[in-house]
Design a protein around this ligand. Structure first.
Ligand code: BG6
Length: 478
């Protein structure tokens, strides 16, 4: 990696402290960013020493095996510049930047457009020869289709699409990357991965966490904008995507957009048929009492923001016609539990007597206990023909293997100019197209309440087809 710089705008904020710096430190520890100059930029009137002291605390808090001597060499790569998001202020950076530079907008979403434009106005987006300039923009990209388009236009005043890296950290997760690889690397799945054999797909991301210190953002966003429009829609596209003829990031993104374009438009569907929203009220999680969402600090008492959202989509292409894709995510639920669960149809042949056979499920577990399970039916040992359910289970990580974090993966990709795991604007656009009708309908009325520490609102099964129900929020103990 030749000399380059990374400028983090919003360097005194939470994202920098909790995720970016620990990831950069680990990459440094792995020897992957030896010559990267990291420049923190913030409105705070800090100096370099204050910045370094602040980061030191963060790194030692978030990286369990952080080593003092590694920190020492890492800290030499760090610099700090204080300034506003005005072009004149940003010009100060020109002298410190390497010819190839990446700008990371670790800022509140309302500032993305202004910051991208100001960097351009300051002349810092211009590339010359082999030297590149790139910008990473965090999610959410807009709050609906209109604002997403306005943001795109503002960003594109100075940046080409090829310079823009819209980050969705789920695309850097090991579990997500495995989903794509597993599907295509195992020939046994190819013939059955389609409507003739698949009954339904359920994608769940359940959290026990509440809004933490993000109340102001979250109350404007809600679960649908925060999790479903981006992270869960991405998991849907990767579950449903057509095989690639050639492994190429641009073709991958074309194929993902094809999936999104094939989702049946939701504009004319009665919202209650395909969407459910909920809001948590007081309850118990892991023996601790938690308060109502509307009583959380900085949340208005009459808030109608949803902290739980469940949607059903139909993909009208030859492969998926008739297979519902259910997506749901919520805060303050019973467990931290995340999975992509694919149910196969009932077996085709006759079985002896009136044996009860459950359908097969293939589960991609995405949380801490990452792995894959195939639920199958086998004969129960003994004289009589009886069945029982068995699970073929594999952990994702084998002893001696190490996972990398999503931010480590995506930071390296962005520095290397690998765009496959970043969102192209048309992905953002087509995801908004099918999500916005629910958000519009929800401008009226109130979410269904659910008790914190439960599976979510009782109404969530309303969007399911006959015979389908949401899976419980944890694997049953075997
Ligand atoms: C973020 C959301 O994008 O993803 C959070 O804003 C959510 O609300 C988080 O908690 C979940 O991702 P992870 O990787 O922390 O499980």
């Amino acid at each position: 990696m030749s000399s380059m710089s990374l400028v983090i705008l919003g360097a005194s904020g939470d994202l920098t402290k909790r995720l970016l710096m620990p990831s950069l430190f680990r990459l440094h520890q792995l020897g992957m960013i030896p010559t990267l100059k990291i420049i923190g930029y913030s409105i705070d009137k800090w100096d370099r020493e204050t910045f370094i002291a602040h980061l030191r605390e963060a790194v030692f808090a978030f990286v369990p095996d952080a080593d003092e001597s590694v920190w020492h060499t890492f800290s030499q790569q760090l610099d700090f510049v204080s300034g506003s998001l005005e072009a004149d202020a940003l010009k100060q950076l020109a002298a410190t930047l390497s010819p190839s530079s990446l700008f990371y907008l670790a800022l509140p979403p309302t500032l993305f457009g202004q910051a991208a434009e100001a960097i351009g106005q300051a002349g810092l987006a211009e590339e010359s020869g082999e030297h590149w300039r790139r910008i990473i923009i965090e999610k959410p990209f807009g709050t609906d289709l209109t604002s997403a388009m306005a943001l795109r236009n503002q960003v594109h005043r100075y940046w080409n699409e090829s310079q823009v890296y819209r980050i969705d950290h789920f695309l850097g997760k090991e579990a997500t990357q495995n989903l794509m690889l597993f599907r295509f690397a195992n020939r046994v799945l190819a013939p059955v991965w389609q409507a003739e054999h698949i009954e339904q797909v359920q994608i769940t991301y359940a959290e026990t966490l509440g809004v933490e210190n993000r109340a102001v953002y979250y109350d404007k966003s809600g679960a649908t904008r925060d999790m479903l429009q981006n992270h869960l829609m991405q998991l849907l596209t990767l579950t449903a995507i057509e095989p690639l003829g050639r492994w190429d990031g641009e073709i991958l993104r074309d194929h993902k957009v094809e999936v999104l374009k094939s989702i049946r438009p939701t504009d004319d569907m009665p919202v209650d048929d395909w969407a459910v929203r909920g809001q948590y009220c007081a309850g118990q999680i892991d023996g601790q009492s938690v308060t109502d969402f509307c009583n959380e600090p900085n949340i208005p008492i009459d808030t109608t923001t949803e902290t739980f959202s469940a949607l059903r989509f139909e993909i009208d292409n030859w492969r998926w016609k008739g297979v519902p894709f259910y997506l749901r995510s919520g805060k303050r639920l019973k467990n931290n539990y995340a999975e992509i669960a694919v149910e196969f149809k009932a077996p085709a042949g006759a079985l002896p007597g009136d044996l009860k056979v459950n359908n097969n499920w293939l589960i991609f577990r995405m949380g801490e206990n990452m792995g894959m399970d195939m639920h199958m039916t086998a004969k129960m040992p003994g004289m009589h023909i009886q069945t029982h359910d068995i699970t073929l289970s594999a952990p994702y990580t084998q002893p001696g293997q190490h996972e990398v974090s999503a931010y480590e993966q995506l930071l390296i990709d962005a520095l290397n100019g690998e765009r496959a795991h970043f969102l192209r604007f048309d992905e953002v656009e087509w995801a908004w197209r099918v999500i916005v009708p629910a958000l519009k309908a929800w401008e009226q009325g109130c979410p269904d309440l659910y008790k914190a520490g439960t599976e979510g609102p009782d109404t969530q099964n309303r969007i399911m087809r006959p015979g389908h129900r949401w899976r419980p929020l944890a694997e049953p103990k075997s």
